[in-house]
Structure formats: C-alpha cells, structure tokens
Design a protein around this ligand. Structure first.
Ligand code: C2E
Ligand code: CA
Ligand code: CA
Ligand code: CA
Length: 278
C-alpha cells in the first residue's frame, strides 16, 4: 500500500492485504483462464520398453498467462482445487483431451490412448462417468481410449464412495491408474478390491533405482505387486538409459520420462509420434 503525505492513515496491515489482494487477483485470473482459452494441454508419451513404441500419452495442463507467461500446474492446480475452479478446469481438460483424441484419429494416429489427471473433487462429483460418456459420444471416440490418473490419497480418503465411481468409469471402458504410487499409503486390501488397472511408480523411486539398493527394491516390490494383482505398471520420470535398463531388467514394460520425450504441445507430439510409430 502506498503511504504518502498528509491525511495518510492505515487501519490495515499492508503486507497481509496486498497478499490477499494478489491471491484474489490470481484466483480471478485463473477463473477467467478457462473461459478465455488460456489453458493448453501438453502431452507426454508413455513408451513400451521392449518395442520403444509409444502406447499412450498423458495430458498435462499449462496456463499461458497473458503477462506472466507459461505457468506450470503445480502453481495453479492447488489453487483451482481449493477454490472449486477445478470443476470447470477439470471439465475443460477432459473435453480437450477427447477433442484431441478425435483429431488424432482423423489424422491417422490410430491406437494412441490419452490419460488425464483427475482431482479428488472431480471424482467426488458422481456425474464424472456420465460426463465422460457424453464427451465420448460427442467426439465419436471410445471411452476405452481414455485413462484417468488419481493419487492414492484420493482413493484412500474415501474408498467406499470412490469405489462406486471407479466401477462406473470402468463400466464405460475408462482405465483407472494410480499416480505417484508408493508415496501415499494405499491399503493392500483396497488395492485388491478397487477396480484399478494401472500403477504408476513415482519418480522419486525411479530416480535412484539403478544406484540405490533400497529404491531399487521398492521398484521391484511394486512390480511384484503389479503382477500379483494383475495391474499394469508404468515407471514415471525416467531420465537416463541406466534407469531404463534397470527397469527393463526387472520386467517393467512401460516407462515415461524426459529420456523419451518432454511434455509438449499436441502438434509437436504428433510429429514425434509419427517418427516413433509402431
Ligand atoms: P504428475 O501427474 O505426476 O505428472 C508428472 C509430472 O512430472 C509432470 O509435471 C511432468 O512434466 C513431469 N515429468 C515427466 N517426466 C519427467 C522426468 O523425466 N523428469 C522430471 N523431473 N519430471 C518429469 P507437470 O506437467 O508440471 O505436472 C505436475 C503435476 O500437476 C502433475 O503431476 C499433476 O499432479 C498435476 N496436473 C497436471 N495436469 C493436470 C490436470 O489436467 N489436472 C489435474 N488435476 N492435475 C494436473
Ligand atoms: Ca462436472
Ligand atoms: Ca499423472
Ligand atoms: Ca505422477
């Protein structure tokens, strides 16, 4: 706040107020971002380790802020979740992914699947399966080509309630993946009972798996869990050939990370996919 000449008085704490104003501004801008077309989905491929071919992509949202430039999701997804903006934002992400899937089909990229990150709040809105079904119909795609990624905390906070939504998602063909697996505390009982298809091993384990004995053991343990429960396993955040080699030697079939490709705009990824097609 500006403090100047005569008659200047404060009945507030300037620091706190400017922070609150800043926050409110950010919120308003974020609310507008969805409507103003400032969001974009980037895509990062998931690679089949034995063939080197991309078997799917993960959609990762970006915000092109008019003055601040590109803002990464860690800086606005938590705000979106806390304020409820995630409802509109999440709907937009799902619709945009479906639109892109349709566009890639028409462009001749036949078999690519898209995974979308879904927040707790979106899942708790029990109309999520119906919304996805309606998008699949609108864009003439199969819901079987969509996957939702949820974190363990989302599942375990309310497993009974979430279980019903997951079953309905599965009922329309949507695959369900647990993101950042190993960082939360999933109950094995629920893991077995919930309709889940994929575990994504968190990057923090993958990072040192080839050099650190215990991280390597954790990765092997998750792979073992996957085969026991008949879940597909994806290793996240693979950056080096040594990590990829280690994962392959442990029987991991799918990986994702900067080693293969960074998240990138749809057009760029399309070019990449054509070069790495099966
Ligand atoms: P996530 O779902 O765990 O996504 C993986 C993050 O790791 C992405 O960050 C990705 O760019 C990054 N990454 C991929 N490969 C590598 C690698 O080899 N090394 C390193 N260091 N990082 C790698 P990003 O795009 O910044 O997204 C961060 C998080 O934001 C995501 O984590 C996800 O939780 C959230 N998010 C992104 N898009 C959405 C969305 O549309 N909806 C919701 N609800 N959350 C989203
Ligand atoms: Ca909704
Ligand atoms: Ca994810
Ligand atoms: Ca993750």
């Amino acid at each position: 706040a500006k403090v100047g000449g005569r008659g200047t008085y404060r009945f507030f704490q300037p620091a706190m107020t400017s922070l609150a104003v800043e926050r409110l501004n950010f919120e308003m801008q974020l609310r507008g971002a969805v409507a103003n077309g400032e969001l974009e989905l980037f895509y990062q491929p998931k690679i089949s380790l034995d063939s080197g071919v991309a078997c799917g992509v993960e959609a990762l949202v970006r915000w092109h802020h008019p003055t601040l430039g590109m803002i990464p999701p860690v800086e606005f997804i938590p705000v979106a979740e806390a304020t409820g903006i995630i409802d509109a934002l999440g709907d937009w992400v799902l619709e945009e992914a479906c639109r892109q899937l349709r566009a890639w089909r028409l462009a001749g990229l036949g078999t690519i699947k898209i995974a979308v990150n879904v927040s707790a709040r979106q899942l708790q809105q029990s109309d999520l399966p119906e919304y996805i079904a309606s998008l699949a119909q609108k864009y003439e795609i199969s819901a079987c080509d969509l996957e939702v990624e949820l974190t363990e905390s989302v599942l375990m906070a309310n497993p009974e309630e979430i279980s019903g939504v997951l079953s309905r998602l599965r009922g329309i063909g949507v695959l369900v993946a647990i993101d950042d697996f190993g960082t939360g505390y999933s109950s094995l009982a629920y893991l077995r009972r919930l309709p889940i298809d994929v575990l994504k091993i968190d990057r923090s384990f993958v990072m040192n798996a080839d050099r650190d004995e215990s991280d390597g053991q954790v990765v092997k343990l998750i792979l073992g869990l996957g085969s026991a429960l008949q879940l597909a396993i994806v290793a996240e955040g693979v950056e080096t050939e040594a990590q990829a080699a280690f994962l392959k030697s442990c029987g991991c079939t799918t990986a994702q990370g900067y080693l293969y490709a960074r998240p990138q705009p749809a057009a760029q990824l399309e070019t990449w996919l054509r070069k790495h097609a099966g």
